[in-house]
Design a protein around this ligand. Sequence first.
Ligand SMILES: [Zn+2]
Length: 415
Amino acid sequence: MPHRNPHPRTKYAYIIPVLCCLWQAVATADAVNTQWEIMLRAEEDYKRHPSSDSYQSQYATAINNYAVVLVHDGKVDQAITQFERAIALAPQDTALTNNLSSLLYQSAAQHVNKRQPRKATKLLEGALRYNPANVKALLLQGDIYYDKQQLKKAERVWKKAALLAPENPTIQQQLLRVTQDRSVEDSFRRLPQSRFNIRYSRELPASAETTLREILSEAYQAIGRDFRHYAKQRITVLLYTREEFHERRQDLPEWIGGQYDGKIRLPLTTTHVDPEFKRSVWHEYTHAVIHELGQGRCPVWLNEGLAEYEGNKQKRRPYVYLSEYIKSGKEVPFVLLIQGFGQYQDLESATLAYEFASSVVAFLADRYGAWHFKRLIKALGEGEAFPDAFHREYHLKVPEQLMRKWREWAETNVK
Ligand SMILES: [Zn+2]
């Protein structure tokens, strides 16, 4: 038998890197087998000397190292079980508890990406039990609460995170955001509706409730049909008075009619059903569907163009500025789509950008059919670059060929 130090101060062979590359299968089956054999030998030694602290700690370390190679091999559940065994042997060993805490956090983050917040919450509870100072776990838990509109809870965990990492700018931003939101939204009424988590201002009449609920279910069906995708996630919808809407974010320009930032936020201007309001609901709900399909990777102009395309089905908006451009014979450069949505700007430039984006989407739907949209957005969500994904769907090079074909179409259709 190879010689082993009877009083080992065994070093951890690996510490789990808190990076997404954790999930790459870098371990070979050999590494798993080797660590497993080392673990079995450590177990034998420990069973022979059950009262020896050093054998016990060596055994715990061997289990830890075995768990780490399991993680690298993609066997996360098995690794969690092994970490738990190691911790049962050496509960005071913070290297072990920190490793398990990071693993549980990373597994939770994967579940958040797969839109399984309940499973993620359970894993995060574990992560924080093993390491209450796991800042990343606190941040992610705050995000989940925030998405579910549980603002008080989100604020509480982010405050905890801020105490642990006072210099972290992300935590400060999240805290500012939630404090601003709470000042307006804390008093909102809550509506029981399973598909949407609807909250609305106490200043609004009760009839606003039925109206919004009806419009949303209609949008859910119709936009779901267009995109061949029905939102799986429960979407939070917040309905404000116009004053409250602007009070929340002072930097929003007056012309903003709604917002999607993971939640749908809408100001209600009139008390009765107004096609303009319905249009806004359809517009914002389209963003929610695109977000889910494209994992947040759809270019802004296309996202806005699609939202306008759906919104136009409720109330058509004329191409006020774009038609002037076309009539004058001026070139409308593609770059306008990229720059047009970068910053909040004046009403005229913003309207032109929206009209341009919406006309490009209308052209694509008209010439090629709306069924391409889902495939395009899904490909982007899977990480494909926009020009490649676009070329595969439409056989057009971006921007030259797309702009040429669009212009021909626009000459007769943009009025
Ligand atoms: Zn929009």
